[in-house]
Design a protein around this ligand. Structure first.
Ligand code: PMP
Length: 426
């Protein structure tokens, strides 16, 4: 028995499903999850000492590659001075200033400890600031596991959602309207019917939780226009895309300004952190200045903040995003051309250090498009690549991530592995 298998069996006795976050369990692809022992740059090693080229990068944070020496040093130095104080620090001001300087839509920001906390707090804030209850979200977008966001659409336009998790009372999601991603017409119809009551629209401005799906022309602009017209708050959930797709997130790429932005992942460089921020006029509703309560024992944790400041500083070096995008482009274009050679229907999309990989002729624009892809073929590809030492996300409904350490040698090795694997899938 492999050590991974031994550890998984042991883990299942003390941890539900053997994992601390569901997708890690390989449920949708089958097989034994790999237990990771160490990581460096574009690689990690499992408990059987097998090396993998890592394309999940901790699901986004590892944009500088694993264990970047300057980030590790910053963490070590911060840790020596104490792990948590529960009182303010200068470093929290520094990271807040860095975020505000980089995202023009952000005037003030509050730190939390995860993406879930960021979106949950942003929604409470939007509701508190507008004194309205309803929210709009889109099918296939994930915003963490707060109750009112764990919703899938019922059938058709303008239906209110049903909870997608046991333990969420239907009443808790009664105010959540679920629409199709990229359906501008649906957005207009929802505002026509409920505009007065809509506190906010929350969206992944490039979706990364139904594989990667980009906004269609005019979609984000429609959200902006409808929110402005109806006095609703536009929340861009850039937990995944923030500092991942470009230096100013999706809002910088598309030139559409949200009222609130949620962040996590990259801004902590691998340490637990999250943030939500936006217009001061809205942020002033947060306690202690305003009436919307929000708090956290470990919020602004000095070790996480040190990792975040160092990461953001390194991302600002000239040419960083150009290099990152060139690696991602080489991977995406390389995979499609290898697939074409073998007659396999595979398409790819990418932005900055994020990519989508679809076993379909065309790039999807919604969850139903993604679901229509060849999921069985994805599973075979996933396991073939894993055997070859390349670790893609263990689900056809997740995006992939490239770091600046995924240089041409690493991409070439990936494409060679893909050449072998795709030959067997044709
Ligand atoms: N929003 C988005 C867009 C995400 O991708 C995620 C996590 N994948 C979250 C929110 C939740 O973040 P966390 O897992 O840090 O709670």
């Amino acid at each position: 028995m492999s050590r991974n298998a031994e550890l998984f069996e042991r883990a299942c006795r003390s941890i539900p499903g053997g994992v601390n976050s569901p997708v890690r369990a390989f449920r949708s692809v089958g097989g034994t999850p790999r237990f990771i022992e160490r990581a460096q740059g574009p690689y990690f090693w499992d408990a059987d000492d097998k090396r993998y080229i890592d394309y999940i990068g901790s699901w986004g944070p590892a944009i500088l590659g694993h264990a970047h020496p300057e980030v590790v040093k910053a963490v070590q130095e911060a840790a020596v001075h104490g792990l948590s104080f529960g009182a303010p620090t200068e470093a929290e001001i520094v990271i807040a200033e860095m975020l505000i300087e980089r995202l023009p839509s952000m005037e003030q920001v509050r730190l939390v400890s995860s993406g879930t906390e960021a979106t949950m707090s942003a929604i409470r804030l939007a509701r508190g600031a507008t004194d309205r209850n309803k929210i709009i979200k889109f099918e296939g977008c994930y915003h963490g596991h707060a109750d009112s966001l764990l919703v899938k659409a019922g059938s058709g336009l303008l239906t209110f959602g049903n909870p997608t998790s046991a333990g969420v009372p239907a009443e808790f999601v009664a105010h959540t309207i679920v629409l199709d991603y990229n359906d501008s017409e649906g957005v207009r119809a929802a505002f026509d019917a409920h505009g007065q009551d809509i506190a906010c629209v929350i969206v992944e401005p490039i979706a990364g939780n139904m594989n990667m799906v980009k906004p269609a022309a005019g979609f984000l602009e429609t959200l902006r226009e409808q929110c402005t017209r109806h006095g609703s708050v536009l929340v861009f959930d850039e937990v995944m895309t923030g500092f991942r797709v470009g230096p100013q997130g999706v809002q910088g790429l598309y030139g559409v300004e949200p009222d609130l932005t949620t962040l996590a992942k990259v801004i902590g460089g691998g340490m637990p952190i999250g943030a939500f921020g936006g217009k001061s006029e809205i942020m002033n509703h947060i306690a202690p200045v305003g009436a919307v309560y929000q708090a956290g024992t470990l919020s602004g944790n000095p070790v996480a903040v040190a990792a975040g400041i160092t990461t953001l500083r390194l991302l600002s070096e000239p040419g960083f995003y150009e290099t990152l995008a060139s690696h991602t482009r080489a991977l995406a274009h390389g995979l499609t051309s290898v697939a074409r050679k073998h007659g396999v229907a595979l398409s790819t999309d990418f932005e900055g250090g994020m990519f989508g990989l679809y076993f379909s002729e065309t790039i999807p624009t919604s969850l139903s498009d993604v679901s229509a892809g060849n999921i069985e073929m994805f599973k075979r590809f996933f396991h073939g690549m894993l055997d070859e030492g390349v670790y893609f996300a263990p689900s056809a409904f997740e995006a992939g991530f490239v770091s600046c350490t995924h240089d041409s040698d690493v991409i070439d090795a990936t494409l060679q592995a893909a050449d072998k694997v795709l030959a067997t899938l044709a």
